[in-house]
Unconditional design. Structure first.
Length: 423
């Protein structure tokens, strides 16, 4: 069967982890295809709150295989700690987790280089999660990276030492002070554990699964507006977060992708630097942050908050070919009296409904205002129970985007997920 794709359509943290976990019973395989431990995907069920960084969000269901695809960059220390944390709550994923040989490894020096690069940028810094993502993908593209498959070869340590030496030279050039010895040992210990796991030719695994009619869901990380090509460059991550990334990140042909499930918050957030046209600096912004508990799952940083931006959402829908929309964190707007949605940007007096080349600072969003529902939606379980104002909000977004909203999420818990009649 074709591979369905679930993607965040904004600047990340849309609630991908929650929805992948909710959808997993419908799938045999969940596969991550890009990004790395910069991601923080939160799942909540049975009073357990769990954050995953590298492991696909299908792990809490038996009988589902979870693949870390070749497009992912893996920090061995973080991966092992994730596996151990899952084990501590009774989920042993040793049997169900597969790792692609062609996935690249984040070295301890990649993290240091991330910090050194950000230091050099000063106030222009990207606001990276400092997990070594950018430097690792840089080495991949420069054809100098270390891959998971390399850990099985005899000259692995030799390759490792050559890269570390080159990174040390770069760190010295950047005048960055560091202490490396203990992290190298921890890293090598983690590699020893990974060597005992299921290391596979990911592209063969996934294509055999397709041929054998397995149901597969590709789980995106970050969001489309953080995509290296189509995001708010340079304030982006270093991978293709969009649906096209699934092909290179898993090794499947474009005609093997199926439904493209786009997920977005009923408002907008961004963590890290970069433009954000609908960002709020007033009480509404503060309410979104408090009600939505908008603090980073990976770094704990407060997330910047603002109104839903339909110019950006429509752009993400176009770039990804989204076939159905899932609206997340709707309950966060429950206490609001009015809600706004940006439908155009005014730039130098001119109205734009299409995403411009750059999201410059002088964008004035044009808003449509809605009377809010002012009702606790967190207990609702059916579309028909939703307040009329919320149904109008949904209808407006559907009409503007031309894509049906098939899930409305009204709380962090797996159960707080409302599906439409035509789901
Ligand atoms: P991801 O990176 O896209 O998986 O999203 P994160 O896990 O980083 O951030 C989403 C946050 O919102 C997490 O704390 C989730 O538990 C929480 N969450 C997800 N869906 C909902 C929802 O519908 N309502 C509320 N209130 N919280 C939600
Ligand atoms: P999930 O998968 C939100 C942001 C960082 C920074 C920029 C570059 O949980 O949605 P990087 O560490 O990649 O060099 O950071 O991208 N960023 C995210 N923001 N959610 C994420 O992942 C993110 N991953 C990276 O804050 O602005
Ligand atoms: Mg997240």
């Amino acid at each position: 069967m074709k591979v369905d794709v679930l993607l965040g359509l904004q600047w990340g943290d849309e609630g991908k982890g929650k929805i992948v976990d909710f959808l997993t019973p419908n799938y045999n395989v969940i596969a991550r295809f890009q990004g790395g431990p910069n991601a923080g995907h939160t799942l909540e069920f049975n009073n357990i709150k769990h954050v995953l960084h590298t492991i696909p969000s299908g792990i809490f269901h038996d009988n589902t295989e979870n693949l870390i695809g070749n497009g992912v960059v893996i920090d061995p220390i973080i991966l092992i700690s994730e596996i151990e944390k899952a084990k501590a709550i009774g989920t042993d994923i040793f049997k169900t987790l597969l790792i692609s040989k062609k996935a690249h490894l984040i070295l301890p020096t990649h993290r240091l280089l991330d910090a050194a690069n950000e230091n050099k940028l000063g106030k222009n810094k990207i606001g990276s999660t400092l997990k070594g993502i950018g430097p690792c993908y840089t080495d991949k593209v420069a054809r100098k990276g270390l891959r998971v498959g390399d850990i099985l070869s005899n000259d692995f340590i030799k390759k490792f030492n050559i890269i570390i030496k080159s990174h040390k030279q770069q760190l010295d050039f950047l005048e960055f002070e560091y202490d490396l010895e203990s992290s190298i040992q921890d890293w090598l210990n983690a590699i020893d554990k990974i060597r005992m796991m299921k290391i596979v030719d990911g592209e063969w695994f996934i294509n055999h699964a397709i041929t054998n009619n397995k149901k597969i869901l590709a789980e995106g990380a970050q969001g489309s507006l953080l995509d290296i090509d189509y995001g708010s460059y340079p304030f982006v991550t270093s991978s293709n977060t969009i649906s096209a990334g699934v092909c290179t990140g898993l090794g499947i042909a474009p005609n093997k992708t199926g439904n493209i499930l786009g997920i977005f918050k009923a408002y907008c957030t961004r963590v890290g630097s970069g433009p954000f046209p609908t960002e709020l600096f007033d009480a509404d912004g503060e309410n979104l942050r408090t009600e939505g508990n908008e603090f980073g799952s990976t770094t704990g940083r407060p997330r910047r908050c603002g109104w839903l931006d339909l110019v950006a959402l429509k752009y993400s829908i176009m770039i990804n070919g989204v076939s159905e929309l899932y609206m997340m964190k709707t309950d966060v707007l429950d206490s609001f009296q009015k809600i706004k949605v940006a439908t155009a940007y005014i730039i130098d007096g001119k109205r734009h409904t299409e995403m411009p080349y750059e999201l410059s600072q002088n964008i004035e969003p044009e808003y449509v205002e809605f009377k809010a529902w002012n009702t606790d939606t967190s207990k609702f379980s059916k579309f028909s129970e939703l307040p009329v104002e919320l149904l109008q909000y949904i209808k407006f977004i559907e009409e503007e985007t031309g894509v049906p909203i098939k899930i409305v999420s009204v709380g962090p818990n797996r159960n707080q997920t409302i599906i439409s009649d035509n789901f």
